[in-house]
Design a binder for this molecule. Structure first.
Ligand code: PLP
Length: 442
């Protein structure tokens, strides 16, 4: 492998979701990646415990995906999809649709999870307007929810620091369900916690407050990832579905993290047996090789919007220059074929018990106050240091990286979501490293 000279000026890149000054004083730079491993610029192998950012489900730099992208770029580098098309866009949409729950087979392409969320919220409003209920504009999110960083996403999202700076400019007419996290009732739950389904009934309170006729949609992550892995209580999502259906409110599942095998099924909707009206996705849709996202809409929603426009008129005034970009579409087709050929969703399902046992083996590790998991996702919550929330998990994250394991942290929660090609030895190695590191963390 040829090494590039290490960059010595880090000042121009204003890094996202990063403590820029702290990072640039002691940078962690990745140079290449293959399979389960990154290689850092100082030549160390780093086992990927979080699939990059919950997105590289088939492992890094897969030959089939690289070849599909390379070939596509030399054949058709870009094609507009406004009043034009290219065959791969339609093929990619068909392949995504095949993995969605029955009936959610109309696919709108975006370039990220944030764009998928804003697109889904807009489709929800367009749907109600098309059926003569234009007054349904209120959107319901959930505390601690993460739906990306667009103004729509942060408005329905519930992570306080993501909203604070922008609080004067959030969408009007938004309300929030309570989050479902309770260490008092659910600490160290394996899989779905038993307590908390009743929290979905808070939606009835919100409906009473605002009246159903003003509410367009409810959006939740089936498993909340970025806030620190919150697993839905047993029966919770089913209840949300029932209440939404009863009041004519659309249910949106934000599956940007859970889509494409993370829980051992193509979607969390399939895993939980709860079908929403819209699904947002991104990340693993093409193994994160080229930016891409999508929204799956029910046929009813699609047909209502599309059939309500006059012939020859654009039905939905929304779209991105790079919607269904040829390289991203080629990558999606290659990725979805690869998932199927290698049975990676089934592999995730069969590895989940090993992953669960390994995560919960840290129950008695230093500083640990909760372990929670579902499918190939786990969260380990640490006691916070007095007066310095997040500092302990940050130290653990840095020390894990130095010890050759990449994990995520958010607040004082460590999050794990490895590529689905991981093996049992590597699972054991991740959690052993974390245990050893925690023993050294103050
Ligand atoms: C549930 C969820 N929605 C939306 C997003 C935003 O995706 P992106 O960063 O691609 O805009 C994320 C990112 O982690 C996510 O986890």
């Amino acid at each position: 492998m040829t090494s590039r000279p290490v960059i010595d000026d880090l000042s121009s890149f204003w890094m996202p979701f990063t403590a820029n000054r702290q990072f640039k004083a002691a940078p962690r730079l990745l140079e290449s990646a293959k399979g389960m491993y990154y290689r850092s610029t100082d030549g160390r192998e780093v086992l990927d415990g979080c699939a990059g950012l919950w997105c590289v489900n088939a492992g890094h730099s897969r030959d089939e995906i690289v070849a599909a992208i390379t070939q596509q770029l030399s054949t058709l580098d870009f094609a507009p999809t406004f009043q034009m098309g290219h065959p791969l866009a339609f093929e990619a949409a068909t392949k995504v649709a095949e993995l969605m729950p029955a009936g959610l087979d109309r696919i709108f392409f975006t370039n990220s999870g944030s764009e998928s969320v804003d697109t889904a919220l807009k489709i929800a409003l367009a749907y109600h307007r098309s059926r003569g209920e234009a007054q349904r504009t209120r959107l319901i999110g959930r505390e601690r929810g993460y739906h990306g960083v667009g103004f729509g996403g942060i408005s329905v999202g519930g992570i306080a620091p993501n909203r604070k700076t922008f609080s004067g400019a959030l969408l009007p007419s938004v309300d929030h369900l309570p989050h479902t996290h309770s260490l008092e009732h659910n600490a160290f739950s394996k899989g779905q916690p038993a307590w908390g389904a009743h929290l979905a009934e808070e939606l009835e309170r919100i409906v009473t407050l605002h009246d159903a006729s003003t509410i367009a949609a409810v959006i939740v992550e089936p498993v909340a990832g970025s806030t620190g892995v919150l697993i839905p209580p047993q029966g919770y999502l089913q209840k949300l579905r029932e209440i939404c259906t009863k009041h004519g409110i659309l249910l949106i599942f934000d599956e940007v993290i859970t889509g494409f095998g993370r829980l051992g099924k193509a979607t969390a909707s399939e895993y939980f047996g709860v079908t929403p009206d819209l699904i947002t996705m991104a990340k693993a849709i093409n193994n994160a090789s080229i930016p891409m996202g999508a929204v799956a809409a029910s046929r009813t929603i699609h047909d209502t919007v599309v059939n309500s426009g006059a012939q020859g008129a654009i039905e939905l005034f929304h779209g991105y220059t790079y919607s269904a970009h040829p390289a991203a579409a080629a990558a999606a087709v290659a990725t979805l074929d690869l998932y199927r050929r290698e049975g990676l969703f089934e592999r995730a399902a069969s590895l989940a018990p090993t992953f669960e046992a390994a995560a919960h083996s840290l129950r008695d590790a230093k500083h640990v106050k909760d372990v929670r998991n579902l499918g190939m996702v786990a969260g380990i919550e640490l006691e916070s240091r007095d007066g310095a929330p997040g500092a302990r998990a940050y130290e653990a994250f840095v020390k894990c990286f130095e010890a050759g394991v990449l994990v995520r942290f958010t607040g004082d929660i460590l999050a794990f979501s490895p590529p689905l090609i991981i093996n049992e030895e590597q699972i054991a190695h991740i959690f052993k490293t974390v245990r050893d590191v925690l023993a050294t963390v103050q």
